[in-house]
Design a protein around this ligand. Structure first.
Ligand code: ADP
Length: 735
């Protein structure tokens, strides 16, 4: 078991070939790290430097905090498994595995124990007396692994160990190596050029190209948030479609123009993530994965704003799915689509396809960096207070009033007159604003340059961390300068204390219907009927059957607070009362609603899902935590919590916020907050009183130690792994 740290590692071969440049990585104990990239990108060289088989030209390598640049390979406690497993042909499997230990004069009893144990882990006990030539390729590869396992190394290095095996065996060995990793609970570093191996095996993947690390992250993050075009196209098969497009803004919406005729909308949830708004009006590369190209008529009809036309050129039916190669006006290469094989297509057919732009990626055509960068949000603890007929978010001296349109997108009424986390994207903070716009005032302290923008860090009253403001790269930075930055309210977000986002992309559907809930001997039967005549039903056994002391079976009620409705009554389903995980679905198999996903509004692991559902007016909104595995157009099963079905009229968030009770309570809250703030200011003023040296007069409002601590956090968070970020951090702040 070991952790590793690679710091600024370079490898230049004699003759001047630079194989690896500035490789930086911290590997935790027990991780399964995969180095992946095309042939010649420096993966093996890096692995061989870790093993000690290759000198490090420059930089430092630590194993368990010990500098090992000059430690002999045999003393690094590392085992390496190669593509060419090179077993000794004249020795039995047992002797091949025991050989290294015998060289080290390990007692034969101990050797025997270790060989037997490794053989049982690998399932090759029955082969111990055979010679290598009597083994299959997969069995030989297992013996090679066994030779490494018996040494009980701190770190396993595996260099394309499966590439000599046939396709079927490779898949099998892939899962076996993963299992061995779990069983040994040791650090694994695995080199491959195969993106499927990388995606399926790695806990984290290092994507390399031309000796340079492109991005390091978990498989899902790399797939969903590639840092650049190379990573986007390298992972995923068939690879991501890249359209040359122009970004334009029309009526407050963002569109990508492809060629002369095709235009697709970039939904708010995606547009919000664009780091630098100055890209609007320019050429970009729009990335859409093949699984995000849809033909289902219902989806094409539901998304007229994101439909383009294409002609089918090649059809590959793979049995379980069909891959289509299409020609699109304005795109030189094929557009690839991956569809269910039950749809039939004809070569030459003209089709309309819906590009699910809620999964769109945007790249800078010059730098090929993503335009959707980190950090997503400044997170600011604040109070949401119902005042002046709306909801205002307050912290320090800042008050941000939410427009009514936004109130109807709030997913949780409990935020009203409560503590929240206000999320403001750095790009939603503008230098210019209009009279009456919400603004934040602070003092600019330092900045980081990103490839496309300057992140300015400002100290703001009422905030512990710095506020990160995005400014053009060529904008002038003056340390210590007072800045006033305007908030683009359409881009803000509210989060609950545990990080769940509370503002949806679109107004909530309300999830209303009419129906009855009957209780027949403890079984609740739900019947829903929507205004358009569609119906739905489900049921729930509100009891378990348990034997009492005398062994007689008894019905035991689960909940005694479930509602019933004998005659048809208005009712609604709470968006948070539905789940998609297997366990919930299995637990209440008859308490399940099935529908088609019309819209997905995903953020990190959470999603606000709009589902077309029989028996529900309009659509059904479900807010699902740990959402995974679905695309727009998929059928989804929702396990409904019986407590989430509420009898009565649905009351919108806007209605609750503007109610007299909430507004009265808000007024009291506001007075308390303002009094507390006034007190704080008094204390700050008093603290400034004793004569200080002039230099520090303009200093920040919080304690210096606290600020210094805060300074570390945003900087570390904001720094994307794969980019070289020039950090300008003047220590002497101002004149
Ligand atoms: P990968 O494992 O990603 O296929 P390598 O680490 O083997 O790539 O090679 C990286 C680069 O270094 C390649 O351009 C390769 O030609 C070069 N290279 C590898 N070994 C040597 C060597 N011994 N001498 C000179 N160049 C080398």
């Amino acid at each position: 078991m070991a952790s590793l740290s690679l710091k600024h590692i370079y490898k230049v071969y004699s003759g001047g070939v630079r194989a690896v440049s500035d490789f930086n990585l911290d590997i935790d104990d027990k991780e399964f790290i995969v180095f992946v990239g095309p042939s010649g990108c420096g993966k093996s060289t890096t692995l061989r430097m870790i093993a000690g088989l290759e000198d490090i030209s420059s930089g430092e390598l630590y194993i368990d905090d010990k500098l090992v640049n000059d430690v002999e390979p045999k003393d690094r406690d590392i085992a390496m498994v190669f593509q060419n497993y090179a077993l000794y042909p004249h020795m039995t499997v047992y002797d091949n595995m025991a050989f290294g230990l015998r060289l080290r004069h390990v007692p034969s009893k101990v050797i025997d124990e270790k060989v037997q144990e490794a053989a049982s882990i690998l399932g090759i006990q029955h082969l111990l007396s055979r010679r290598p030539k009597a083994l299959s390729g997969g069995q030989r590869q297992r013996v090679a692994l066994g030779r490494a396992i018996v040494r009980e190394p701190k770190v396993f290095l595996l260099d394309e160990p499966l590439s000599n095996l046939d396709a079927k065996l490779r898949v099998q060995m892939r899962t076996e190596i993963t299992k061995i990793h779990h069983r040994l609970a040791t650090t694994f570093i695995y080199v491959t050029h195969d993106q499927t191996e990388a995606m399926t095996m790695g806990t984290r993947i290092v994507v390399m190209k031309d000796g340079i690390v492109q991005q390091v992250d978990t498989p899902t993050t790399l797939y969903d948030n590639p840092a650049n075009l190379f990573v986007a196209c390298f992972l995923g098969s068939p690879q991501m479609n890249i359209f040359k497009a122009k970004l334009v803004e029309e009526n407050g919406n963002l569109y990508a123009l492809i060629g002369e005729t095709n235009k697709v909308m970039i939904p708010k949830s995606r547009a919000l993530r664009i780091i630098d708004n100055s890209i609007i009006g320019s050429e970009v590369l729009l990335g859409i994965r093949p699984e995000d190209v849809h033909y289902e008529q219902a989806l094409v009809d539901a998304h007229p704003e994101s439909v383009i036309e294409a002609t089918i050129d090649v059809i590959e039916n793979l049995g379980n799915e069909t891959i289509l190669y299409l020609n699109v006006e304005g795109k030189e290469d094929y557009t690839i689509s991956r569809v269910n094989s039950r749809y039939t297509f004809e070569q030459g057919e003209k089709v309309k396809m819906y590009l699910a732009t809620d999964h769109a990626h945007l790249f800078d055509p010059t730098t090929e960096f993503t335009l959707m960068g980190v950090p997503d949000y400044n997170l600011i603890p604040a109070q949401a207070v119902a005042v002046e007929g709306t909801l205002a978010v307050m912290f320090g001296d800042t008050v941000i009033k939410l427009p009514e349109e936004l109130l109807n997108r709030i997913t949780d009424k409990s935020v009203i007159n409560n503590q929240v986390l206000l999320g403001i994207p750095p790009t939603a903070l503008k230098a210019e604003g209009e009279e009456g716009d919400a603004y934040i005032e602070g003092v600019a302290e330092f900045y980081d340059n990103y490839p496309r923008f300057k992140a300015v860090y400002a100290a703001v009253p009422g905030m512990k961390n710095y506020l990160i403001v995005s400014r053009p790269l060529d904008s002038e930075f003056v340390g210590g300068e007072k800045i006033k930055t305007y908030v683009d309210i359409s881009k803000i977000q509210l989060f609950s204390a545990d990080g769940e986002r509370l503002i949806a992309d679109a107004p909530l559907a309300g999830n209303t219907t009419k129906g009855t809930i009957a209780n027949v001997n403890g079984t609740f039967g739900y019947r829903f009927a929507a205004d358009n005549g569609t119906k739905n039903k489900m049921s729930f056994d509100n009891y378990t059957i348990e034997a009492d002391e005398s062994g007689v079976k008894q019905h035991k009620t689960k909940f005694d607070d479930l509602q019933t409705a004998d005659v048809e009554t208005p009712m609604y389903i709470m968006p948070r009362g539905m789940a998609i995980d297997k366990e919930s679905l299995a637990q209440t198999p008859k308490m399940v609603l099935t529908g088609i996903i019309k819209h997905l509004d995903e953020y990190r692991k959470d999603a606000i899902v709009t589902v077309e559902m029989a028996g529900i007016n309009g659509d059904l909104t479900a807010i699902i935590r740990n959402f995974a595995g679905y695309n727009t157009g998929d059928k989804i099963k929702l396990a409904v919590n019986p407590h989430a079905v509420v009898v009565g009229e649905y009351e919108s968030v806007a209605a609750v916020v503007t109610s007299e009770a909430a507004q009265n309570e808000g007024e009291v809250r506001r007075k308390e907050i303002e009094a507390a703030r006034a007190k704080e200011k008094e204390l700050e003023a008093a603290a400034k009183q004793p004569a200080k040296p002039k230099k520090e007069q303009a200093a920040t409002t919080a304690e210096p130690a606290e600020k210094a601590e805060a300074a570390k956090k945003p900087a570390a968070k904001a720094k994307p792994a794969a980019r070289t970020t020039a950090v300008k951090r003047p220590t002497a702040k101002k004149k």
